[in-house]
Write a protein that binds this ligand. Structure first.
Ligand SMILES: Nc1ncnc2c1ncn2[C@@H]1O[C@H](COP(=O)(O)OP(=O)(O)OP(=O)(O)O)[C@@H](O)[C@H]1O
Ligand SMILES: [Mg+2]
Length: 508
């Protein structure tokens, strides 16, 4: 009995796990039978492959074709098995030399006309092929993305099944694709547009410098959304390691546009009607959610209390662990999700509580009910909480262009981040780039507050009943404040400012 084999992959999180497509043709009723834990999309593969083979003029034998996806206990999802299945059948019927596929890993979706279509996960698959010493067979639109895996990766990126056969039989060679340059980075909204709001500007800079989570509370039109939209303009570009991680996630989610990568930090702003699946991932097909697509960047939740409370609480685990775990009936996958959370909200439903001269129709309940929609444990994960009051008339009529621009702020942020990265490398943690990302033991090791600051911390911890998490988060922000100031030692003013950001809204 002859069995042909074609190498492909299954995705578990951002990992591409080896899968073997085994094809065996036996006498019997003409039918393609798929075995090996395929999901619905994979099961439909049989029909697409049959139509594509016929449309390509390759025909399909009137026999029983058994396709096994091995290992059988690994769940298989998605449409990328079309191509390896078609190739396996073609090799089995002698449409190409049997050994033509030995040194390749293949993935791609087939149209009924035999065209090859792009699928998610090309980048991790290409890296997996590279590390196994194999080449990659994929669709033409996937070529540029695959090329990021390295110049020495042998890539066959074909328009159609027929073009692929012609290449493999040596009739017409496809070109080796080249990686596309980074996406052109257009101009971002600039901080120069923001008038007044000195406290908020300072807080935004601190948040950017240390990667801290931040919540802005203020009346409508005070500039909260405006400030948040300007955070990307002061964040440093992704380093190569961060770039690779986020690109893998974007690849799996099918969000890499034409295979072009960008070294700009992700900024994701899901609408408050977003479902839990959209935010943390999962759903019918396991897919990274917004919190993973924001990995190494910013997750911005505008109008925070308008999100469903259950949806917000599902973010608690990823925010703490920097990773999202999705449990399925037969699998458990995880995606990296180290994000900087930025949130904005009005103080109450009518939006004006706390504004001088205003009193809500419903009194204190207006603010209480609204704020209660955000749970305590969720708030506990937010290090910097600030009031953003309405812009004063004096600030508003001042001439435009007076405020500091983003370039200047970005330089200070970059210097503070360099100090953090260097320090963590010296402490044996080269994978930690920001104070926010450091674990509690590590942060204690790098802060060592002087006696005065310790006294202040102790006093605050007792008086405001700081949780252990809150205590470490205050240390982290204080470390960032010292880094922004360019000093090695964390002193009392840093601790005091860090505490003020945490306690300012009356919740610790
Ligand atoms: N500090 C500011 N400097 C300059 N313009 C401002 C400022 N604050 C607000 N604006 C103007 O007001 C508009 C609305 O601001 P923005 O959307 O940021 O308010 P918001 O605080 O998010 O309000 P809401 O609570 O209703 O969402 C901005 O697009 C901008 O034109
Ligand atoms: Mg807004």
């Amino acid at each position: 009995m002859m069995v042909t084999r074609v190498a492909t992959v299954a995705f578990q999180g951002i990992e591409a796990v080896p899968v073997d497509v085994q094809v065996n043709i036996t006498p019997g009723l003409p039918k393609i039978i798929l075995v090996g834990l395929p999901d619905k999309a994979v099961n439909e593969s049989g029909e697409r492959v049959r139509a594509a083979l016929i449309a390509s003029g390759l025909g399909i034998p009137a026999k029983r074709i058994i396709v096994n996806l091995a290992p059988a206990d690994l769940p298989k999802e998605g449409s990328h098995y079309d191509l390896p299945i078609a190739l396996g059948i073609m090799a089995a019927i002698g449409a190409m030399p049997r050994d033509a596929l030995d040194n390749y890993l293949a993935l791609g979706e087939l149209g009924l006309d035999g065209r090859l279509a792009h699928v998610g996960g090309i980048l991790p698959a290409a890296i997996a092929a590279q590390s196994r010493g194999l080449g990659l067979i994929c669709s033409a639109p996937s070529g540029a993305e695959a090329a990021w895996a390295g110049e020495d990766l042998d890539i066959i990126a074909a328009e159609s099944l027929l073009a692929l056969v012609n290449h493999l039989t040596g009739h017409q060679l496809a070109m080796q694709p080249k990686p596309l340059k980074y996406l052109p980075n257009g101009a971002l909204p600039d901080l120069v547009d923001v008038r007044g709001q000195q406290v908020a500007r300072r807080a935004l800079e601190v948040a950017a410098a240390g990667g801290h989570n931040m919540l802005m509370i203020g009346p409508p039109g005070s500039g909260k959304s405006m400030l948040a939209a300007r955070l990307p303009s002061i964040l440093p570009p992704l380093n190569p390691r961060e770039l690779l991680d986020i690109s893998m996630i974007q690849s799996i989610a099918g969000e890499l546009v034409n295979g072009a990568l960008s070294d700009r930090r992700p900024f994701r702003a899901p609408h408050h009607s977003a479902s839990m699946a959209a935010l943390v991932g999962g759903g019918l097909r396991v897919r990274p959610g917004e919190v993973s697509l924001a990995h190494n960047g910013v997750l911005f939740l505008d109008e925070l209390p308008e999100f469903a409370p259950s949806v917000l609480d599902s973010l608690r685990q990823p925010l703490e662990a920097g990773e999202t775990v999705i449990a399925r009936a037969n699998a458990r996958v995880s995606y990296p999700s180290r994000v900087q959370l930025i949130a904005a909200m009005n103080p109450c439903k009518c939006g004006m509580a706390g504004t001088p001269g205003h009193s809500c129709k419903r009194g204190k309940a207006c603010a209480d009910d609204y704020q209660a929609r955000v749970s305590g444990p969720f708030l506990d994960r937010i290090d910097i909480r600030i009031d953003v009051p309405a812009v004063t008339a004096a600030d508003m009529i001042a001439p435009a262009g007076q405020a500091e621009s983003s370039v200047t702020v970005a330089e200070r942020v970059a210097r503070a981040r360099d100090r953090q990265r260097q320090r963590f490398a010296e402490h044996g943690a080269p994978d930690i780039f920001t104070n926010a990302a450091a674990g509690s033991a590590l942060i204690e090791a790098v802060v060592n507050p002087d006696r005065e600051s310790q006294a202040l911390l102790l006093q605050a911890a007792e008086r405001f009943h700081l949780s252990a998490r809150a205590y470490h988060r205050v240390l982290k922000v204080a470390r960032t404040l010292a880094d922004l100031a360019g000093v090695d030692k964390v002193g009392r003013p840093h601790i005091a400012e860090a505490l003020s950001y945490r306690l300012n809204l009356g919740v610790a």
